[in-house]
Write a protein that binds this ligand. Structure first.
Ligand code: AGP
Length: 606
């Protein structure tokens, strides 16, 4: 996730306006920043690694000349945060500049084709291919607009782009596919941006650009077209939100916004280049000992992954809470050990100390993180980045489901590489995984009203149990962690089979027990565990397949889940109503879910 901003002023200083716009977008990424403006002398670019304020103090981005320009605040996906990888990117001649938010899946192939035709690349980003593709179109004699359209037609993946060219110095061309893009219409001024809050200080008149559309911003006004050139008529609307509400996309809290961003975050995460999966799969297959090391929510992702890896890839792994790793595993690490570290921030001190300890003893380090350039990526032999975008709420939500998505992809690839799945079996699983964004979307919409009711009824209880079996133990543990960290209600996650060995002693009339009960091989036993709890007066809140009439009848409250989710992907879908339960309980109790007491987004102490 990155932020893009562009403006075309009647006269005046575009760079100043762009800088202010980028500040509003900094929540979308902040590892590097850059601006390109255009005047009679050509394109001027300033960019560097660092936060906006730091780079502005160093380079004075806002002093760039010209009344038209584009800018970018970056959340690295391809290429580490650095001066050359910062946007805008230019073509070979410096006559075209591009900013981009999204992921170009086929950039390696496009880059090698462009290099074969003599183009010189300066960065390691996927974005730079766009500048060179537009350059080729213009060199072939195409008008600027046609050159941009031809370029985006060969791109696979997601993008919101803004492009400027000396060929048409009064024009900004934008295009969108699966990354957000809005335009703002001022008084003889035009703006483009990744979201509305960036534009609000200048105008409340906005048009939202849809997938597969191109926009031309020029002195003549704005024009929206489809890729085949058909004009699109779109009446702008007047934004009624306050600036503060607009930053949260109209949601009352970042946590809720991030919960509802999950379908898109998962979709973007599924775009991980195959080469990373291949390299990681080889490391995992060759390991003699595999530890899955993480803290908090990330540990729950690791726990779910241990079930995926053992069932799908026949690989035994040990999930270890990061702060316990050295005490538990120190004497068992050698060169044949692999540590798969999972951390959304990539900065958790417990996880870093486990990784350093393992690395010193020769272990290979593989990591999954949401932050390129974080400490964990620098310590890793190979890392995969989830594409959740920055998560502002302290509670991990979209970073958890994107970690699970990456781990599921990895388990499928290891299984294929070990010859345990035929190509068609693997394809079937991949097809199901690609449907998960849709399952999550449906689940959120269908369960939200039911969850609100449950949270109203039970948020004054002192205690909750969350129970599951098999891979659903991870979902149960995560559901309990979410509830306790956000709403301060005591909650325990347990393997359901273990509940009769002690926890059941606490059950009394009306005690809320959440059962995570997907239709897998654990279902029959979990029905038995539900009965045991019911017999002692517990209220059963069950998450089970929408067609599971038996569990529905046993439940006090039934949360129907999509029937088609493959059993090892259920944590990605089933956790989402539990995130909502934590959220609505906190809000009903009057707590701020974005900033729970005593917690920090990134825990950098041991
Ligand atoms: C989750 O909601 C928590 N905020 C916390 O448990 C978190 O998952 C843990 O601190 C690990 O963070 P990391 O993924 O950044 O390493």
């Amino acid at each position: 996730m990155c932020g893009i901003f562009g403006c075309l002023l009647e006269d005046g200083h575009a760079a100043k306006v762009i800088l202010e716009g980028l500040k509003k977008l900094e929540y979308r990424g902040y590892d590097s920043v850059g601006i390109a403006t255009l005047d009679a002398r050509g394109i001027h670019v300033k960019k560097d690694k660092g936060k906006i304020a730091e780079v502005e103090a160093r380079l004075s981005l806002s002093s760039l000349p010209g009344n038209l320009g584009i800018g970018h605040t970056r959340w690295a996906t391809h290429g580490a945060p650095s001066q050359v990888n910062a946007h805008p990117h230019t073509d070979c001649t410096g006559a075209i500049a591009v900013v981009h938010n999204g992921v170009i899946e086929n950039f390696m192939q496009l880059r090698s084709e462009l290099e074969g035709r003599g183009h010189k690349f300066k960065s390691a980003t996927d974005t730079e291919v766009i500048a060179h593709l537009v350059e080729e179109g213009i060199a072939r004699g195409l008008p600027f607009l046609k050159a941009v359209i031809e370029a985006v037609k060969v791109i696979d993946g997601s993008y919101a782009i803004a492009v400027i060219s000396v060929k048409e110095p009064d024009t900004i061309i934008c295009a969108r596919k699966e990354s957000p893009l809005v335009i703002g219409i001022g008084d003889r001024t035009l703006y483009c941006a990744s979201d509305i809050p960036a534009i609000l200080p200048y105008t409340r008149k906005v048009a939202v650009i849809e997938d597969g559309e191109v926009v031309v911003l020029s002195k003549a006004g704005f024009k929206i077209l489809k890729l085949d050139g058909t004009p699109v008529s779109r009446a702008p609307f007047i934004v009624q939100w306050s600036a503060e509400e607009a930053e949260r996309g109209g949601y009352p809290h970042f946590m809720l916004k991030e919960i509802f961003e999950q379908p898109l975050a998962i979709k973007n995460t599924l775009r991980v280049p195959k080469v990373y999966l291949k390299l990681s799969s080889t490391i995992l297959s060759d390991s003699k000992r595999l530890f899955l090391v993480a803290a908090g929510t990330s540990y729950h992702a690791g726990l779910a992954a241990s079930y995926m890896l053992s069932s799908l890839a026949h690989i035994s792994s040990t999930p270890v809470i990061a702060s316990e790793f050295i005490s538990l595993c120190n004497n068992t690490i050698d060169e044949e050990t692999v540590v798969l570290a999972i951390s959304q921030s990539g900065e958790t001190a417990d996880t870093l100390s486990a990784v350093r300890c393992a690395k010193e003893q020769g272990a290979k380090i593989l990591s999954i993180t949401n932050v390129v350039g974080s400490s964990i990526t620098r310590l890793s032999d190979i890392y995969i980045c989830t594409q959740a975008g920055p998560e502002v709420g302290v509670a991990a939500t979209k970073t958890f489901t994107t970690q699970l998505t990456t781990l599921a992809l990895l388990a499928i690839h290891v299984s294929m590489d070990r010859g345990l799945l035929t190509t068609s079996e693997a394809q079937e699983l991949l097809d199901n995984l690609h449907k998960v964004p849709g399952f999550v979307d449906r689940t959120l919409k269908e369960t939200e009203p039911l969850v609100k009711k449950v949270s109203d009824l039970y948020c004054n209880k002192n205690s909750f149990y969350f129970l599951g079996r098999g891979i659903s133990v991870a979902t149960a543990l995560e559901g309990a962690l979410k509830l306790k960290e956000i709403s301060y209600i005591h909650a325990e996650g347990y393997p359901a089979g273990e509940s009769k060995h002690g926890p059941i002693a606490l059950i009394e009339d009306g005690f809320p027990c959440v059962f995570v009960a997907p239709p897998d091989e654990t279902r029959a036993n979990i029905v038995g565990n539900i009965m045991e709890m019911m017999a002692r007066g517990a209220h059963i809140i069950a998450l089970a397949s929408e067609d599971d009439k038996e569990i529905e009848e046993l439940s006090t409250h039934f949360l129907p889940m999509p029937r088609e989710v493959y059993k090892y992907f259920t944590p990605i879908v089933y956790i989402t109503p539990l995130q909502l339960l934590a959220y609505y309980s906190a809000v009903t109790l009057g707590y701020d879910p974005d900033k729970p007491r005593n917690l920090a987004k990134s825990v950098t102490v041991l």
